[in-house]
Design a protein around this ligand. Structure first.
Ligand SMILES: [Fe+2]
Length: 406
């Protein structure tokens, strides 16, 4: 059975980081009982990285699934610096909430045709966040279509429906395209510090009245696992590498032969994708998005090749129930100045219950997300082939030189 604990001992990991980044680097690992997560302190991302530093970060993520580079100085760090850093991991992907498609919002019921038109920041819904707590909380300046703002500074009507008040659904980022997202990362600007709910947390435990945001029909045990979400604004992760490693060898072997059909829109032919992925760097195997309907009502449920849709659901619900067990879970508490990266092939995640309609800075949650596709790059600028960009990145976006050279 493959070992998903970081093979290198914590001491030698510290040595490797000291050699690459200097003696002031702190290494905390793992962050979760499953072996997931490393927190690094003392690494200043306003400076460009050397190829050896990039290589070490890539190696670490390929083993540990999640990496948090804590304590960036937000007086000096910018979203341009953040996006430059993202370029080492892959090509940053323009987010649908930041462009129109055929003149309509792109993040809407699978409308996927039409010319792409990037929206300036002032025209995006999220610009309204700056007037919720004026003089106290505002977005860091940016125009990049790759920056997704995740915040509770907007009213329910202005938030996209994937980020529900009572928590989102378990998913990986953009698994429904033939080349899925490899890493996503948050830069944390504001986190809720209020803990004055009656349970001592930021929010009360949501009252579960129905299956939403999930489809009805999954068993009670799975529904309870799905909805067991943290109450202090943490992002919840499930470690699909540790969950795979914990299965008996014959079941692992069977899962490795399975292909699932993913579709962008109902009625598409879709494409086949392996359920188990092997990390090209570490060789660690993991389940990639083993969820029947990770975006209920937005993207079609997936099907296991050779199974009926009912059998597919039964099979995938069972797998999801395995992955969401507490021993594979990790609730990541965000802190301002954290840059937190996760490998989408090796994890599921979901957003927590979030307080809305806020009127004080202690309740503000403001994070910026970037997602990357394709191969990492040890040096910048990236040398992506324009035809690869055209085929894989919406709007053929690539970070402009003023970002890469910031
Ligand atoms: Fe996500």
């Amino acid at each position: 059975m493959p070992d998903t604990a970081f093979e290198t001992s914590a001491t030698s990991l510290e040595d490797r980081f000291a050699t690459a980044f200097g003696n002031d680097v702190g290494v905390e690992s793992p962050l979760a009982a499953s072996g997931m997560g490393v927190r690094l302190s003392g690494i200043d991302l306003t400076k460009p990285l050397t190829p050896a530093q990039v290589e070490l970060l890539l190696d670490t993520l390929s083993q540990c699934r999640l990496l948090s580079l804590a304590g960036q100085d937000l007086d000096r760090f910018s979203l341009a610096t953040f996006e430059r850093f993202a370029n080492y991991w892959g090509a940053p992907v323009a987010h649908p909430s930041n462009f129109l498609r055929g003149g309509k919002p792109a993040q809407q019921d699978g409308a996927t045709d039409g010319a792409i038109e990037f929206r300036p920041y002032a025209d995006r819904k999220v610009a309204a966040a700056d007037s919720t707590l004026p003089g106290q909380v505002a977005c860091m300046p940016h125009e990049s279509p790759a920056v997704l703002v995740a915040t509770n500074l907007l009213g329910d009507g202005d938030r996209d429906k994937s980020r529900l008040k009572d928590g989102g659904s378990w998913h990986t980022d953009i698994e429904y395209e033939p080349l899925p997202i490899y890493v996503s990362m948050f830069l944390v600007h504001h986190v809720p510090v209020a803990r004055d709910a009656s349970n001592g947390h930021w929010v009360e435990r949501p009252v579960v009245s129905g299956p939403e945001p999930y489809f009805p029909g999954s068993d009670d045990e799975l529904m309870a696992l799905r909805k067991d979400l943290p109450l202090d604004g943490e992002t919840s992760y499930a470690d699909t590498a540790a969950a795979f490693a914990a299965l008996p060898p014959d079941e692992q072997a069977r899962l490795e032969t399975i292909q699932v059909r993913r579709r962008l829109n109902e009625g598409d032919e879709g494409f086949l994708a392996p359920l188990v992925r092997t990390d090209p760097r570490s060789g660690v195997k993991s389940l990639h998005s083993p969820v029947w309907a990770s975006r209920p009502g937005v993207r079609p449920p997936i099907e296991v090749e050779g199974m009926s849709s009912e059998a597919s659901r039964e099979f995938l619900d069972r797998l999801e129930k395995h992955v969401l067990q507490p021993q594979f879970r990790y609730d990541h508490l965000h802190r301002p100045g954290d840059v937190t990266i996760w490998n989408n092939y090796m994890s599921l995640h979901t957003s927590p219950p979030i307080k809305t309609g806020i009127d004080r800075a202690e309740d503000a949650r403001l994070l910026y997300r970037l997602s990357c596709k394709g191969e990492p790059a040890l040096t910048l600028p990236r040398q992506d082939d324009p035809s690869w960009i055209a085929a894989n990145i919406p709007g053929e976006y690539s970070s402009p030189s003023e970002i890469v050279e910031v």
